[in-house]
Design a protein around this ligand. Sequence first.
Ligand SMILES: Nc1nc2c(ncn2[C@@H]2O[C@H](COP(=O)(O)O[C@H]3[C@@H](O)[C@H](n4cnc5c(=O)[nH]c(N)nc54)O[C@@H]3COP(=O)(O)O)[C@@H](O)[C@H]2O)c(=O)[nH]1
Length: 897
Amino acid sequence: MNRTVNTRRFSRRLGRALETHIVLPLFALLPLVAIWIATFHFIAVEREGAIAAARDEARKQVDTYEAQVVRSLTAIDQTLKVLKYAVEQHGPDVALDKLRGQGLLPPALVFVAAIADRDGHIVASNPGSAPHDVGAERYFTVHRDGATGAPFVSETIADRIKPEHHLHFTRRIDDAAGGFAGVAIVEVDPAYFTSAYERSRAGERGLIGLIGNDGVARALRVGDKVSWGQRVALERMHDDAIDPYPTAPDGVRRFASVRRLHGFPLAAVTGLAESEEMAQYRDRRANYLVAAVAASALLLAVVGMISAWAWQLSKARRRERRAQETYAAASEASLDAFFVLRSVLDEDGKVVDFLVEETNSRAEQVTGIPKEQLRGRLMNELLPFYRVNGMFEELVAVVTDGKAVESEWQAATSPAVGRWLQRQIVPVEGGAVATVRDITERKLAEERIRHLAHHDELTGLPNRSLIRDRLDQAVLNAQRNGKHLALAFVDLDGFKLVNDGLGHSAGDELLKVVGRRMGACLRRNDTLGRLGGDEFVILLPDVSGEALALTPVLEKIRQAVTEPVLIGDQAVQVSCSMGVVMYPRDGEDPKTLMMNADAAMYRAKDLGSNNFQFYTREMNASVEEKLMLLEGMRKAFDATQSGAPAAGQAGHFFLMYQPKVDLRTGRIFGVEALIRWRHPEHGMVPPPRFIGLAEESGLIVAIGEWVLRTACRQARLWVDAGLDPLTVSVNVSARQFEEKHLVERIAVALRDTGLAPGALELEVTESLLMRDLHQAIGRMRELKDMGVSLSIDDFGTGYSSLSALKSFPISTLKIDKSFVRDLATSADDQAIALAVISLGHRLHLRVIAEGVETEEQREFLAANECDEMQGYLFSPPVPADAITAMLRAQLQPAEPA
Ligand SMILES: Nc1nc2c(ncn2[C@@H]2O[C@H](COP(=O)(O)O[C@H]3[C@@H](O)[C@H](n4cnc5c(=O)[nH]c(N)nc54)O[C@@H]3COP(=O)(O)O)[C@@H](O)[C@H]2O)c(=O)[nH]1
């Protein structure tokens, strides 16, 4: 794996290294180097040639100059020898005349010929000059003091007689005895020796000159300028010029040569200025360099341009490749199948088919054809059915109109048969790109969500919204077709007992079984739905207008429901109350039909349950009555809250208190607060008529809080009045108990009224606690922690589990009055009462019996160690003042019997 990756990486790098924009500049280095090697080679050759030419020219120059100088010096020496001979033959005084006569004197314009006697006096000269003495001059003394026979050449000097600088060439004249007789002199202008300077050959800075063997220049000419007297290092000079070096008189580098002149203490010197000799070479070198630079620049420019272009191209290719790779990777990883399709046109330019240019692996799964086989094939061959399922037309529309389209369909062919697919077709240049996505899961999820939104989760039956939909639809159909339909509201009787007693899961199981049974009684196009709780609805969309014709099916349903249901190992039995309406007889719209069915169902309940009732007009009265009652309650509550009503004032709520008595002492130890409502028109409304409605509407929370605060306030008044300590009991309904701020509300009521928590008792029913046992216990504990006591009201009527009872933080059990009523006569009731007393005591609870109306009942209870009692025997519920009076009476010492 790693090796493959490395190999791929290496070949990618190699490929990149071999790309034109890298290779081309590298190759361009070769001609570049060649250009410069050739250039420097030619320059070197040129230089060698130029140096050789300069050396050659310098040699020629020195040869020519040497020859000229030798000729001049020979002529001068000849003159000196002639002068010497003439003096030795004819004496100094006539020697010159003799020579002049013979025409042997050199031209006076160029040379001055003179004779000095042995004392140094110039005795004759040509041309003539004033007599003067040269005895002290070196060109004289050198001969006088030495017997040299060689000619002497003086330095270039100026003297009194001849102010222009000149050279003295001298030879010794001997007398007959060989003694010193004087000196023959030839004076020469130094320019004479440099007149051979040819500008055409020597240039402007060429050099010619005559240098004494003493190294002092006798005559030097550079260009037009003649000079003398400089010191010239002859020892550095070669006969023939080799390399240029700085030379006198100006330090200019020259190809310089020297020739020692035989017979004279002189050397002929020439030089050609390097700058001039090499000028041509330099020009050529410059030309070569310019040409090389131009060629290089051109080469670099061309290579640079090509490389830049190639680089851009390679960048673009790389980008394209990367995009392609990314696209390929993304499309391979995509969950969508995609097809890049090219339009295939006929001669008239009409789209007749599509060619698959590109696709991905996912397409294999959708089409069942390997992607290699898909590429380059016509859609007509691959998926012939695309002509019949509308896809072809869709593709044509997309490429023609240039607008993307999206559609969903359920595949009818393999391999995706039955699956939901979604296609999206987007126009591109020359064709279209189609993506196909499998949306089966989404469709199923949507279906599930739709089902959940319209069905009851527990039973799977249509829920309220679907029932409403179907009812709407059924009413419309019936309206349109002049038909009838029936709607039945079904409420289970006794379901609450099962649910509260055996727990919610038992209740759920019961609902499912009953639902199934009712469903089994219906036809296919009937609808059974669940409204919630134990309420079901049956919609019979196509029935005759005769209500009685429905009786068989309704009876069948009723019987099916009443069949025992086995839950775990326990058989439970419920029945149902049904309210039935018919369209259009009982209502022309769904809302009215539902309302009336509900009213009929309540009538069935009122009539003792386990029956069905057809709706009649009179039933609505009870619904209206309910609404009126609710309205009246709201008004009464508002009125009660807005001011302290006098006890029993019409249109108000007020409290009555029923004493609770200790069975052993006969003393009042507490009171139960009981709400009363005097209706302005209907007089006293008994609590069982409005407490349930208040519970249903939620008004009980506010009313209950008012009861609590009023009872606490009253209890505090009794405390303040110095009466016997008293516990006030307040009934708490289910909705109130479950309200999340209950504990807080009680705490605030106690704080506001100043009543000690221990003086308050809350009465809750068994069934209330069993609705949510866990939460109920938690809440009871909070209350107990606060110091408030709790008692279980109506004990024995519910399905308290004994193990749950054990964990209730309660202080009292209240035996329901239904067991007290026949206590004197019913053995069963006696047994129940005894069992409750015994159970309570075992759990260390106090037991109170309510509804004690007779002395027999009291005696039985007292005899069986019931702790407390409450009932008309002692006192019915009475206003607070009456309780005050009773408590005051209780304070009085008992009168002797
Ligand atoms: N949530 C609330 N419920 C309340 C409140 N006030 C009352 N109620 C509940 O209403 C039900 C009926 O109450 P009521 O009509 O007040 O009847 C009570 C007594 O008058 C009655 N009673 C008392 N002694 C006797 C008797 O000897 N014989 C007889 N036939 N009836 C008698 O019993 C009712 C008290 O019952 P209980 O509460 O179970 O102790 C009733 O369920 C009340 O709880 C309220 O403010 N809030």
